[in-house]
Design a protein around this ligand. Sequence first.
Ligand code: GLN
Length: 477
Amino acid sequence: MSPKKYTSLHHLQADLLEGKTSCASLADYYLGRIEKNQHLNAMLEVYAEEAREKAKSVDAKLKNGNAGKLAGMFLAIKDNICYTGHIASGSSKILSNYKAVYTATALQRLLDQDAIVIGRCNCDEFAMGASNENSAYGVVRNAADTTKVPGGSSGGSAVAVQADFCLAALGSDTGGSIRQPASFTGTVGIKPTYGRISRYGLMAYASSFDQIGPITSSVDDAALLVEIMAGVDQNDATSSAQNVETYTPNLAQKYTIAYSKEAMESEGLAIDVKEAYVALIAKLREEGHIVEEKSFPYLDYMVPCYYVLTTAEASSNLSRYSGMLYGQRSELATDIESTFKKSRSEGFGPEVKRRIMTGTFVLSADEYDAYYSKAQKVRRVIQDASNKLLEEYDFFLCPTAPTTAFEIGGDMSKDPIKMYLADIFTVQAPLAGLPALSIPTAESNGLSIGMHFMGRAFEESALFNIGNIVSSYYRAP
Ligand code: GLN
């Protein structure tokens, strides 16, 4: 892959101010990259003319000295984030013709600072998946090796940054959908604390887990984007009024970090990922951080707990797609019941159907106590134990995913349980509502490996700082 034009907004803006580049020429560059790399199938739609127009107007603002903080930031958005007047399909057939009638708050805040949206990214249908093979619009390919998946569900967003289609992309994360694709594509991904960023305008998958977050090439860009998107929003009652700090790097800071005994000993952990994990622990110690092994005995419960709760929430959230108000209506429908049945049968893909059925089952009167209510209790145990661990340590360190990017259409794709286990290290943070960051630290056979830091609620700044510290170890001298 050719080197990226820019890997941080800071450098890009320096060149803009010195007149070495312009938003108009950057628009041409990024649109050219997208054009040349269509085989990756990362973009479902490109807003070429709009991006060019907006680029001209940002150039004019830069000249007048009244440009926003994100002047020069070309951004791609996941297909489950609403943007007025643009299609938002959730990469589902059922919403293939749905045009958003309002803009997500998180996105609006970026637009207000002059971010330029270049297009809409492919993803797993309704954000359900870990490989981007569940999109109704085809698989997305990893730019480092096109026989491999980019991860999911925000695979298109991750590839857009990996392949230099834009400087940053928005994804959403319910159980790992920002962090795991970031790990597979050598990018930085953060899932903020639950409530940190408004979910207004994000298509609901599992509302008590979902968060919007950025995928970027640099930690500083992630920090800036989170800072601008964060904060209370009257349209989302779960958004938090917690103070939003401006992140200032402090690379001299030393931390206490726990690493997971169970993750280290986990059967499914690939040898190359384990080596990268061990190497990072050694390097952190060498640099003066306190890194200790810690047992967190709930690892085996996390994936089942996550899938019971998220499918339950999904079965309720996705009931709105009935062929009545919006989205596709089956041509074979003759009455209300057949409208529901046929529109949903035709409109949803197999994984979404599997989850709606699982969720309906775990919420049914006979099974509720055995599954849903038990999983709620397990979630509380995981939350309490995670918070307790983070009273003692600044971060909990794991690999982001047990393997590097796996094969498209391979073993994983044929077995949903195997695929669900790809989320083993990422579901803890959303179960506990905590923020977590994936940062690339190694490569194996040309594929990137990400490490995962989970931190205290609303302490994203500390995560950005450890992210910057860690990436300083891997930057060329
Ligand atoms: N892979 C997980 C799932 O399939 C995570 C998805 C997500 O975070 N949206 O549910």
